[in-house]
Structure formats: C-alpha cells, structure tokens
Design a protein around this ligand. Structure first.
Ligand code: FES
Length: 65
C-alpha cells in the first residue's frame, strides 16, 4: 500500500526505514522523501510511525517495579 503518493513510498518501505532507525516523520522524510512534497500523507506517516514504534517501546519497559 502506498503511504506517500508524491514519492511512491509503500508501507513496507516505511517499515524498512523505521527498522533502520528512523524515529520521526522528519527522519522518514530524510530517508525517502515521504512527507516532504504536498504534505497530504503527514498524518498517515505519523500514525504508522507510532503504530510501528509502540510495541518496541512497551517491550523496553522493565519487567519488575
Ligand atoms: S503524498 Fe506524501 S508528500 Fe505528497
């Protein structure tokens, strides 16, 4: 599925960039241009970024209090 039409970036490519260390919409834009054109996809990029990062953030929490 395309997440950014201006730069023909797919959700798979987006996940790859997140896997390579992109943690913000700006970093995604630096990696592939997504979000740096018309800006229509910025909200979608933000949601997908948060969804991708949420599980790893939870798994980083300590197991005991
Ligand atoms: S659709 Fe992503 S910058 Fe235009």
């Amino acid at each position: 599925m395309y997440v950014c039409l201006c730069f023909a970036v797919t959700d798979i490519e987006l996940r790859d960039h997140i896997g390579e260390g992109a943690r913000t919409v700006d970093q995604i834009g630096d990696a592939c241009g997504a979000g740096t054109g018309c800006g229509t996809c910025l909200d979608r990029l933000d949601v997908l970024l948060a969804a991708e990062l949420a599980p790893s953030a939870i798994s980083d929490l300590p197991l005991s209090a």
